[in-house]
Design a protein around this ligand. Structure first.
Ligand code: UDX
Length: 454
């Protein structure tokens, strides 16, 4: 770390794995630039302070019952959290800003950086005269475009004729009309006022950070976002290249994956993981496991505990299939994903296209098979398959023969070679952006200057 610059930054991540990782990466970057770090976090999904002994962690109560933490409706969870955390967050901030220990007197609190989906922070920060910067974990094009979703839902797009399924959504490219219903799956009117509030919170902030985006991945959307939000925007690139996210994992990664990968041939393994939130049915798990087994390629399958509806883990996989899986596959509850993607044996990633997973795959040059479930994943998947053309889209077909075919096309056929070559170019461009004088590197310098100036 550089010598302390006498400034402290307060970070307030959303308590979801896909949001904690990028925020902690940003904390590590700022710490390496001399800032002291305080992370305010909920009791639910609390990060492990022992993994970051140089940061100060302050826990606030979140009011969630055990049952509420298990809901699959993320919008509902987030609106509840926003309601119940406002007052504890205010108390915590008041205490911090008014504490007068000698240590604090030597340090100035520069700003609050919070996830875009915390929507109560604006009047609070204003009342303390504290500059506030918003962080989005989404792809720029999704964050910029998603404010139109309530309107799309109202207008039409939930009941489609067969003939229009593949038509483009003019207002939100490169989505196709058939992508809209899964994006809005389970979303209700709750979303409308929540989106409005996110927009207002962003437009009144002192800046907007995209942690895992850069000009190379998001040029057009960045230009439009700069026009529309009218606040400084920092696209600081996939920072996990320099600071691995593993230390902020809420689950324990099964390290035996790596020894298993060591025994496989180069680029022969298909890795499958659906991130920290997506759920599947028992029959979907069985179709996936058959598809992978029938492809005859080695595979590493992550099944998160509780991610298969109405079961604990993989106990519903029939014995005959388990025998087949043992021949070529390995199943774990959570993988050290970035290490897996880096491994020479990994040849493809069957992914739900969460933005972190998508960028991690791009950074390691691993082509994808896209199986998005909800929300931003649908847009990310379209970029992978239709715009960058570095993956094969399953178009939602969770069927064993479709999966088997996609794995073989990607790993064994000439089409896979072409996709791999394109992915290599994309990887090189994105990696260049975080190197000295690359676009993300410069953006990070501007961000550091801005925070120092508060
Ligand atoms: C969700 C959204 O889908 C995502 O786009 C948004 O930006 C944040 O919320 P999630 O579904 O968890 O996130 O997916 P993703 O964004 O891919 O993040 C998952 C993270 O967990 C990645 O950093 C990945 O490396 C890590 N992971 C996943 C593991 O370390 N091990 C695993 O086995 C699976």
């Amino acid at each position: 770390m550089e010598k302390s610059n006498g400034q402290r930054v307060i970070l307030f991540p959303l308590p979801l794995q896909g949001c904690i990782n990028p925020m902690i990466q940003l904390a590590m970057i700022l710490h390496s630039r001399g800032f002291s770090i305080t992370v305010i976090h909920t009791r639910f999904n609390a990060p492990k302070p022992t993994s970051h002994p140089l940061f100060t962690f302050l826990e606030i109560p979140d009011g969630l019952s055990e049952a509420e933490t298990r809901t699959h409706d993320v919008t509902l969870l987030l609106t509840r959290l926003n309601r119940s955390c406002e007052s504890p967050f205010r108390d915590c901030l008041t205490k911090m800003l008014h504490s007068e220990t000698e240590e604090d007197e030597k340090q100035r609190i520069s700003c609050l950086i919070h996830d875009a989906q915390w929507i109560f922070t604006q009047p609070l920060a204003q009342s303390f005269n504290l500059p506030r910067v918003v962080l989005s974990t989404y792809k720029v094009s999704f964050f910029h475009g998603h404010f139109i979703l309530p309107q799309l839902r109202r207008e039409r797009l939930l009941s489609l004729q067969d003939s229009e399924q593949d038509d483009p959504v003019e207002e939100f490219p490169p989505l196709r009309k058939k992508d809209i219903p899964p994006i809005l799956d389970e979303e209700t009117e709750l979303l409308d006022s929540y989106s409005d509030k996110i927009l207002e919170t962003t437009k009144t902030s002192s800046g907007l950070i995209f942690v895992s985006s850069c000009e190379e991945l998001d040029q057009d959307s960045l230009r439009q976002a700069r026009q529309d939000f009218k606040v400084p925007i920092y696209a600081i690139g996939p920072s996990h290249i320099n600071f691995p996210a593993m230390s902020s994992s809420l689950f324990t990664p099964d390290e035996t994956c790596i020894q298993w990968l060591d025994k496989q041939e180069d680029k022969s393994v298909i890795y499958l993981s659906f991130g920290s939130l997506a759920n599947m049915s028992r029959s979907e798990l069985i179709e996936i496991a058959w598809g992978l087994s029938n492809s005859d390629q080695p595979f590493l399958l992550v099944v998160r505990v509780g991610s298969v509806k109405d079961t604990e883990w993989i106990e519903t996989i029939p014995e005959e299939l388990m025998e087949k899986i043992k021949e070529k596959g390995k199943i774990v509850k959570w993988a050290p994903q970035q290490e897996v993607l880096k491994h020479r044996a990994t040849g493809g990633f069957l992914t739900h296209n969460g933005w972190n997973s998508t960028v991690e795959s791009v950074c390691e040059g691993v082509p994808m098979i896209c199986l998005p479930f909800v929300w931003d994943q649908l847009l990310n998947a379209r970029f992978v398959s239709d715009v960058w053309m570095v993956g094969i889209h399953l178009e939602g077909r969770i069927e064993r023969n479709v999966i088997e075919r996609a794995v073989r096309r990607l790993l064994l056929e000439p089409e896979g070679e072409v996709i791999r070559e394109r992915m290599k170019h994309l990887m090189e461009n994105v990696r260049r952006s975080v190197r000295q004088n690359g676009s993300a590197y410069r953006s990070l310098e501007h961000l550091v200057d801005r925070i120092s100036s508060f």
